[in-house]
Design a protein. Structure first.
Length: 456
C-alpha cells in the first residue's frame, strides 16, 4: 500500500472520531440528579417532616401552675398540661388593653392559674397563639410577655388575663367573658386532689418564682430506633446550585459539603448537620430584624422544605425555645411526652441564624438533627428518680449553686445516641433533672458527697 494511501486512511479515521466526539458533546444534557459522594441527590426539597406548622403549634407554656393562696399545683403528666393549653387557645378573648402606666393596680383572685413560657414572646404574635374576638382586630400590642396570670372574677363569671413581661415594665390585660369557661375552670381548680394534679414546690418566690413538682414522679425511660435523613437532601435545600458542591469525607471530622461561600458539615455518624453561609451580611441600619419577623421567617423556611421531622404518634415534637434579636437567632427545642429533650452534642434543637444582605433576609446558619424517631420500645420504669424535695434540698445545700441565679428547674429527657456497630444504632431517652442559669440548661449531677442527709 502506498504511503499516501495509508495517510489518507488514517486522516479519514481521525476525522470520523472527531465527528463522533463532537456529536457526543453537542448532544450531552447534564443530569439534574447530581452525584455527590457516590450518592444521587435527586433535587428533592423535602426533608420528610411536616410543612404546615404554625406559631400556635410551636409556642406552648413550659408549665401551667394552679395557685391556691400559699399552695401551688401542676400536672402529674405534662401531656395533660398541653391538652389544657390547647383548650385555652380556643377561648374567645376580648377587651384587650395595654397600660402605659405600669403602676396601675390589677386585682387578682386568691385562686389563680399561671402560664409560664420558656421564652419571652412578642405581644405582636398573641393573636397567632390565642383566639381574639373580632372587636379586638384593631389592637396594636407591643413589647413581650413571659407569663400569663388568669384570675377569676366572680361577679361577672369571667376570667381576667394578665400578660406579664419579665421586667414587669409593661402591662396588658384582657378578658374571657364566657360563663361556661369560667365554671369549667372553677371546677378544675376547686378539685386539686385529682390524680392529674400534683403539688409543686417553689423557689425565688419573691423575685422570679420557679416551680417544679414535689414528690416522686412516675417516669419511664425509652429506647427508640431512629431513621436517618440523607444529608444530600439538605445539599439541594441549602445550596443554590448543587451541581458545583464538592464533598470531603474524614473519619475524624465527618462529611463536609462546600462551595466557595457555603459549607455544610455532618457530624455524630450522620445524625447532625451544621450549615454556614460565608456571605457577609450588610451592616447598615437594616441588619436588625424584629422578633416577630425572625419567627415568621424561620417557621416559613423550615415549612418550605418539610423540616419539622417530628413524630406526633410517639409524642415527640419541636417547640419555640428562644428568639434572640441581637444575634438574629431562633431555636426550637425537641420535646418528648411533653418534657424538653437535652443533648450536649446538638441532637436536641433546630437552630437558625438570619442576616440581611442587600435588604433581603438570608439564612446564615442552620444547625439541626438529621434523624426522625421511628419506633419506641422497651419502656422501663425509673425507680430511683429523685423527688422534688430531694432536688430542693440538694440545691439549697450545694455551695456551688446560687439560688438567686436559678432561672428554672425542670424534668427533662436526656437523649443518648448509642451505636454498637454500623447495623445497630438506637436512642435512649432517660428522664433527669435540669436547672437553668445564665440562659443555659445544665443537668443536675448528684454526686455522693453532695447528697443531702436524709434525702431520697
Amino acid at each position: 500500500m502506498k504511503l499516501e494511501t495509508v495517510k489518507s486512511f488514517i486522516l479519514i479515521v481521525l476525522i470520523g472520531i472527531s465527528i463522533i466526539l463532537s456529536y457526543t458533546l453537542w448532544s450531552y444534557q447534564p443530569n439534574s440528579n447530581q452525584t455527590i459522594g457516590g450518592e444521587i441527590a435527586d433535587n428533592e426539597m423535602n426533608a420528610g417532616g411536616r410543612d404546615d406548622l404554625k406559631k400556635r403549634e410551636l409556642i406552648k407554656p413550659s408549665d401551667i401552675i394552679f395557685h391556691m393562696e400559699q399552695d401551688h399545683y401542676g400536672f402529674s403528666d405534662a401531656r395533660d398540661r398541653d391538652s389544657l393549653f390547647a383548650e385555652m387557645q380556643n377561648w374567645i378573648i376580648s377587651d384587650f388593653e395595654m397600660y402605659s402606666d405600669v403602676s396601675v393596680s390589677i386585682e387578682r383572685s386568691p385562686q389563680a392559674i399561671e402560664l409560664i413560657f420558656p421564652e419571652e414572646i412578642p405581644l405582636e404574635v398573641l393573636d397567632s397563639i390565642f383566639t381574639f374576638s373580632l372587636n379586638d382586630d384593631d389592637m396594636e400590642p407591643s413589647g413581650s410577655m413571659e407569663r400569663v396570670m388568669i384570675s377569676f372574677i366572680a361577679d361577672s363569671k369571667s376570667l381576667q388575663l394578665e400578660f406579664i413581661s419579665p421586667e414587669m415594665d409593661q402591662l396588658a390585660v384582657a378578658l374571657v367573658n364566657d360563663a361556661k369557661t369560667y365554671e369549667y375552670m372553677v371546677e378544675k381548680i376547686a378539685d386539686l386532689q385529682k390524680s392529674e394534679l400534683t403539688e409543686y414546690l417553689v423557689i425565688n418566690e419573691d423575685i422570679n418564682p420557679v416551680y417544679f413538682p414535689a414528690g416522686k414522679m412516675d417516669l419511664q425511660k425509652y429506647s427508640i430506633t431512629p431513621t436517618e435523613i440523607n444529608p444530600s437532601l439538605f445539599v439541594n435545600i441549602l445550596f443554590t446550585n448543587p451541581s458545583v458542591v464538592r464533598e470531603t469525607r474524614s473519619q475524624t471530622i465527618g462529611q463536609t459539603y462546600f462551595t466557595d461561600n457555603r459549607q455544610m458539615n455532618v457530624y455524630q455518624d450522620g445524625m447532625r448537620m451544621e450549615y454556614i453561609s460565608h456571605v457577609t451580611p450588610t451592616t447598615d441600619g437594616f441588619n436588625r430584624i424584629s422578633e416577630e419577623g425572625l419567627l415568621d421567617q424561620s417557621i416559613a423556611n423550615i415549612n418550605s422544605h418539610s423540616g419539622w421531622t417530628q413524630a406526633e404518634r410517639l409524642n415527640q415534637e419541636y417547640r419555640l425555645e428562644e428568639i434572640d434579636s441581637d444575634s438574629n437567632k431562633v431555636s426550637f427545642q425537641m420535646y418528648y411526652h411533653g418534657y424538653p429533650v437535652f443533648n450536649n452534642l446538638g441532637l436536641d434543637t433546630i437552630e437558625q441564624v438570619w442576616g440581611v444582605n442587600q435588604n433581603n433576609l438570608q439564612l446564615i446558619e442552620y444547625n439541626r438533627p438529621l434523624f426522625k424517631f421511628d419506633n419506641q420500645f422497651f419502656p422501663r420504669t425509673v425507680d430511683d428518680f429523685q423527688s422534688g424535695e430531694f432536688i430542693l434540698s440538694y440545691l439549697e445545700s450545694n455551695e456551688d449553686i446560687s439560688m438567686e441565679d436559678i432561672q428554672d428547674v425542670t424534668i427533662g429527657y436526656e437523649l443518648k445516641y448509642q451505636r454498637d456497630d454500623e447495623a445497630s444504632e438506637y436512642i435512649e431517652m432517660v428522664p433527669a433533672w435540669y436547672k437553668k442559669e445564665n440562659n443555659i440548661w445544665q443537668k443536675l449531677y448528684i454526686t455522693d458527697e453532695k447528697i443531702p442527709r436524709g434525702g431520697n
